[in-house]
Ligand binder design. Structure first.
Ligand code: ZN
Length: 174
């Protein structure tokens, strides 16, 4: 079990495109376990993509912890194959952009195709928070952050906010 360091903006690695997982062995299971450890250690996170911990592979873990109940979900090589014309606006945040939240518009429903830990292909339709979360995490695999959908002004504010909070943290740690 290990908690990995979560990269925060403006780390350039967050803008990279991650590569497809081809080996469904022990090392993949190990990465997924560490990602869940990191997600749970974050306290408020509900999803994590591998590039956020410096692993440039198409792996996503999600646990919405709805009604206080844990329901871990693993998506290897997730891909959106269909999205609804209906859009919705919801507030989003990101473990790589701590302390910053903004309203983001996305398709309400998505159909997703992915592999499980053994490489088996699975398909599912998502709505609500899970739909938002999987879209947000798949964006990470393509080097896209939710602030990329915002105006330059708002995006700059996000960078400043993260910089300020990091400065504060650094001052606290001798
Ligand atoms: Zn994120």
């Amino acid at each position: 079990m290990s908690v990995l360091e979560i990269l925060t903006i403006p780390d350039k690695r967050l803008k990279h495109n991650s590569s497809t997982v081809k080996n469904f062995g022990e090392s993949l299971k190990h990465i997924v376990q560490n990602m869940f450890d990191t997600l749970y250690a974050s306290g408020n996170g509900i999803g994590l993509a591998a590039p956020q911990v410096g692993i440039e592979k198409r792996i996503v873990v999600i646990d919405l912890k709805e009604d206080g109940k844990s329901s871990p979900k693993i998506f290897i090589n997730p891909k959106i194959i269909n999205s609804s014309k209906d859009h919705a606006i919801n507030e989003e945040g990101c473990l790589s952009i701590p302390g910053y939240y903004a309203d983001i518009e996305r398709p309400k429903f998505v159909d997703v195709e992915w592999n499980d830990l053994k490489g088996k292909k699975i398909e599912g339709s998502f709505s609500g928070l899970l739909s938002i979360c999987i879209q947000h995490e798949i964006d990470h695999l393509n080097g896209i952050l939710f602030i990329d959908y915002l105006s330059n002004l708002k995006r700059r504010r996000a960078y400043e906010k993260v910089k300020k909070s990091q400065k504060k943290n650094n001052e606290k740690t001798p």
